[in-house]
Design a binder for this molecule. Structure first.
Ligand SMILES: O=P(O)(O)O[C@@H]1C[C@H](O)[C@@H](CO)O1
Length: 296
């Protein structure tokens, strides 16, 4: 997998993630730096520690985020910060090997969801989005996978939506329906694939907190009470933008820790633990994604 040399203008240029023309310029700069073999109709976003998915891509061309003027950076360990193009499960894909979290970028949700708009410009029609998450469901075990059937977007509910601000209609509708945000047919296919691969696959509700702090036991109880199964700090802003562009979404969480609901118990959660779980179950996640793509 070779890196692509920086071409073009290295001068600092203003980039406004809410400006459609800026998105087109950024897309052109990606096209200039990659020799696209086909239209990538499938996009993948790798969650914490799940970048190994990108490592399975054949005939890969890798473009580091930092070589794309305007692209937000990622500083979180377990997120390499590359766009990888190539073949996975026999299909031509674009993979975000690592993501930009809103807590790293002053809660600029539009900036952090911009890579989804880029994928759309490049031709993506189906997005597979993944994350590492804590579990609030006693039936879920460490290292298992959960398909997201619905989400609660806490920052979005509090006014931090990537769609806040003047809407250029070229991005999509002003008011976006998030019914069926996680495509039912894709979820059914995911269940079939997991069964055939003998992988445990739950289905449940994912909540995105702003982070970067993990939840208190009282917050975990609160989330459990409102029907949350998995807790994380990403994904919902990306899915919101994907739905605005009309991209179909499959989302899944890798359960990396079991969330504590008892303030009398001392239970630490750490990013190291999260990465350990991702390493432990990363192979399952990779096989699942590859097989899923091959059946699309
Ligand atoms: O990118 P994801 O959502 O997988 O990252 C999770 C949430 C936090 O960024 C971090 C916490 O350990 O991992």
């Amino acid at each position: 997998m070779g890196n692509i040399a920086l071409t073009g203008n290295s001068k600092k240029v203003e980039f406004n993630p809410r400006n459609y023309d800026d998105l087109i310029k950024l897309t052109e700069s990606v096209r200039k730096q990659v020799d696209l073999k086909e239209v990538p109709t499938i996009g993948i976003i790798c969650g914490s520690g799940l970048g190994g998915i990108g490592g399975h891509i054949k005939d890969a061309q890798t473009l580091p985020f930092k070589q794309i003027v305007g692209f937000p950076t990622t500083s979180v360990i377990g997120h390499k910060g590359n766009l990888v193009f190539g073949y996975l499960g026999g299909k031509y894909v674009v993979c975000l090997q690592g993501r930009c979290h809103p807590y790293e970028h002053g809660m600029d949700l539009a900036l952090c969801a911009m890579p989804v708009r880029l994928m759309h410009q490049l031709g993506v029609e189906t997005l597979i989005v993944s994350n590492a998450a804590g579990s609030a469901n006693p039936k879920f075990n460490y290292g298992e996978l959960m398909i997201i059937k619905d989400h609660i977007f806490m920052p979005g509910l509090a006014g931090f939506s990537p769609l806040v601000g003047v809407n250029d209609p070229r991005f999509g509708a002003r008011f976006v329906s998030l019914n069926d945000a996680y495509d039912r047919q894709l979820r059914q296919l995911a269940q079939t694939v997991a069964k055939d691969l003998n992988i445990v696959l739950h289905e449940g509700v994912y909540v995105m907190s702003g982070g970067p702090q993990y939840e208190t036991p009282a917050e975990v109880v609160f989330y459990k009470t409102v029907g949350v199964d998995a807790l994380g700090m990403s994904t919902c802003h990306e899915v919101t933008v994907a739905r605005q562009c009309g991209i179909k979404v499959l989302g899944f969480s890798l359960i990396c820790n079991i969330c504590n609901t008892d303030a009398e118990k001392s239970v630490d959660v750490s990013h190291e633990e999260v990465l350990k779980a991702a390493k432990f179950s990363g192979d399952n996640a990779c096989s699942f994604v590859i097989e899923f793509i091959s059946r699309l």
